[in-house]
Design a protein around this ligand. Structure first.
Ligand SMILES: Cc1cc2nc3c(=O)[nH]c(=O)nc-3n(C[C@H](O)[C@H](O)[C@H](O)COP(=O)(O)OP(=O)(O)OC[C@H]3O[C@@H](n4cnc5c(N)ncnc54)[C@H](O)[C@@H]3O)c2cc1C
Ligand SMILES: NC(=O)c1ccc[n+]([C@@H]2O[C@H](COP(=O)([O-])OP(=O)(O)OC[C@H]3O[C@@H](n4cnc5c(N)ncnc54)[C@H](OP(=O)(O)O)[C@@H]3O)[C@@H](O)[C@H]2O)c1
Length: 577
């Protein structure tokens, strides 16, 4: 079976020294919730920890703005947050501490407002973002507001009784691998937890405690740690114009941009969506595009297509070389001058939005992070054990899920360019079956060999997590075949793969996206899609892949701007925080 167990049986299997009984799930978003449901249904003692006051993950709109990030961004080991551990000299847990928090900074740092803006709708049609056994309400259209998506996820938690074992307002501050008993190698995992509650609105009460588990599912998302490129002068500018320069995570509504000149850095999904959102309101709009594309063909096609989404009143500019030093006499941002990589000096911007994406960051696993340029301080930071280095991906995982050295540590939701909800549910079924010993994964050598094979096939860094339609469909097909063949041997009922409807809708995604953006699918040779028609009719032969093939290719030269360029020592930033 590709990617999992070799048909020739040339490897052994991972064996549990003792059964998994208790599982911690970090995060109550679209990944963590189905995992919690399936694990609980399989008989595990499950606890979910969620820093927000509710389920929903990234999808819940909060008008509050997050705290201003550092420009350039901090290293991934503290990208999402700087862990807060129990006060020093604490002899016994739980321990409590109340601190003044009149401006809510402490609470915002603890659980930052989500990167959701008023006009945000889903870009993957709802039928492909559906959990098993939990259909969307009748009449739901393909593209709905974030509030409907948030409601759907929260209803899922209620329907399956998941809130009963979820601790909200609780952040996982640290996960440690405990030494196993003598003669054994399967570790337990200790979670250091912190609950933060309001005290009369003015103060925040923190309570720390620990809980131990046999296994962990990290489903903490990867849109919490912003990526802001290291460009000369960016720090000085962001310090001077704190409100005018933001990351897309702090973008909330188009009306705020009425009559102003805006520069958006980045032409990824956020950059494009925000550009199209604000274009009817702004005076002028520019978008900084990458000078060179990189990555697999389907990634480059996506980026090329995103360039074509430039609004009619927008203009692309090449990458920024530097933000020129400020004299201190500038009356406003409009007077600041930027040097572009083609040598031009430009000015006249009232607002700058960095839509430059995010870093992978699991600060609660500090021993498994090794920032670029940082010395090795833990055995888990060796190349075969480390999880995160440059923030572009999570390493040493079997199929983006099982931590190769210790498969009782697992991850969900890392893969990108997928129909997230349904895809992550298949990953959570795989975790459940493996923990239940109803499906086997290869032994250490087999897991490593599979990882090396995938590295060779996909390339390292963020491409490891990059799926795209074909990879996604194959991944799910392989997973279902593996789980079902294992289930037949080990006694578990079959799991259904993607339905015909899912496949049909997914194929029409590209055309639907164009329609959502107000573009004519015919201009792009895309399959027109309509929620009702497509459910009944077969899509035309013009599939997404064929359409994408027709999209013009641009430079293919590989040019990585490693997030690891941001070598601000984590310890220094943590100390300053
Ligand atoms: C602006 C934007 C638009 C998007 N649009 C789409 C779309 O249209 N279609 C699509 O399929 N996907 C979209 N996505 C991707 C989106 O992230 C996924 O749909 C989905 O939310 C991923 O689910 P998740 O549970 O893996 O992560 P998240 O939704 O990020 O949930 C993770 C949860 O973990 C919690 N958490 C994190 N760290 C801790 C901790 N230490 N302790 C306790 N709790 C913690 C967080 O509070 C959060 O609730 C979008 C993402 C963004 C940012
Ligand atoms: N539902 C929706 O409509 C919607 C809206 C917004 C976001 N989203 C989702 O949110 C997630 C995050 O998307 P995102 O767009 O924020 O992040 P992203 O996909 O990582 O895009 C970031 C973009 O910034 C570019 N970039 C990085 N450094 C740059 C620099 N120095 N100069 C110019 N460009 C630079 C990147 O180029 P490279 O590609 O070359 O690295 C990339 O194109 C995705 O899952 C996306 O689908 C969905």
């Amino acid at each position: 079976m590709p990617g999992l167990l070799r048909q020739d049986g040339s490897h052994g299997y991972y064996t549990f020294e003792r059964p998994v009984e208790s599982v911690a799930v970090v995060g109550a978003g679209p990944s963590g919730l189905p995992a919690a449901r399936h694990l609980r249904d399989a008989g595990f003692k499950v606890r979910v920890f969620e820093r927000q006051p509710y389920a929903g993950g990234t999808w819940t709109f909060e008008p509050d703005l997050p705290l201003q990030p550092k420009y350039p961004s901090v290293p991934p080991s503290i990208g999402d947050f700087v862990p807060s551990l129990p006060p020093q000299n604490t002899e016994q847990l739980p321990v409590e501490k109340v601190q003044k928090d009149a401006d809510k900074a402490e609470r915002k740092e603890f659980s930052p407002p989500n990167p959701v803006y008023k006009s945000l709708t889903n870009n993957v049609p709802t039928p492909c973002m559906e959990f098993k056994d939990f259909p969307w309400p009748e009449g739901t259209t393909w593209h709905v507001s974030h509030s409907e998506i948030s409601k759907y996820i929260q209803s899922y938690a209620v329907h399956f009784g998941l809130n009963e074992f979820t601790s909200y307002r609780t952040r996982v501050e640290k996960i440690e691998q405990l030494d196993p008993p003598a003669g054994q190698s399967q570790p337990k995992w200790r979670l250091t937890l912190r609950k933060v509650e309001d005290v009369e609105g003015e103060s925040a009460k923190s309570t720390w405690w620990t809980e131990d588990f046999d296994a962990v599912v990290v489903a903490s998302g990867h849109y919490g740690a912003v990526y802001i490129p290291k460009i000369e002068g960016v720090s000085e500018w962001a310090e001077r114009w704190k409100e005018e320069i933001i990351h897309s995570r702090a973008y909330r509504s188009a009306e705020e941009y009425a009559g102003v000149n805006v520069l958006i850095v980045g032409t990824g999904t956020s950059g494009v969506d925000i550009a199209r959102d604000i274009s009817p309101h702004v005076d002028k709009l520019w978008q900084i595009r990458k000078n060179e594309f990189h990555g697999p063909d389907h990634y480059q096609r996506q980026r090329t297509f995103q360039l074509k989404m430039l609004p009619a009143n927008g203009e692309h500019l090449p990458e920024i070389k530097r933000f020129l030093p400020l004299s201190g006499k500038e009356a406003s941002l409009r007077e600041g001058k930027i040097e572009l990589t083609d040598g031009r000096i430009v000015d006249g911007f009232d607002r700058i939005i960095f839509a430059t994406g995010y870093q992978y960051s699991v600060p609660f696993l500090p021993d498994y992070h090794r920032d670029i340029g940082a010395p090795q301080t833990s055995r888990h930071q060796s190349s075969e054990r480390v999880l995160i280095t440059d923030g572009r991906g999570v390493q040493n995982l079997l199929r983006d899920v099982f931590y190769i050295p210790e498969p009782t540590l697992t991850f969900l939701g890392l893969s990108i360019n997928t129909a997230t909800f349904s895809f992550f549910e298949y990953q959570s079924l795989a975790i459940t079956r493996v923990f239940s010993q109803k499906a086997r994964i290869p032994d250490l050598e087999g897991r490593k060999a599979e990882y090396v094979r995938l590295l060779g096939e996909k390339g390292g860094s963020k491409y490891m997590h990059l799926m795209g339609h074909e990879n996604e469909v194959n991944y799910v097909k392989d997973t279902v075949e593996w789980l079902n063949s294992e289930g037949a041997i080990l006694g578990a009922p079959p799991i259904e793969g993607h339905s015909e409807q899912w496949m049909e809708v997914k194929k029409a995604l590209f055309g639907a996206l164009l329609k959502k953006a107000g573009l004519n699918p015919d201009d792009f040779n895309a399959t027109p899609s309509d929620p009702v028609e497509t459910k009944k009719d077969k899509p035309t032969e013009e599939t997404t892949e064929k359409v994408e093939e027709k999209v013009e290719r641009v430079d293919k030269k590989i040019g990585l701007d490693l997030a690891g360029d941001n070598v601000v020592p984590a310890a220094a930033v943590a100390a300053a925080a």
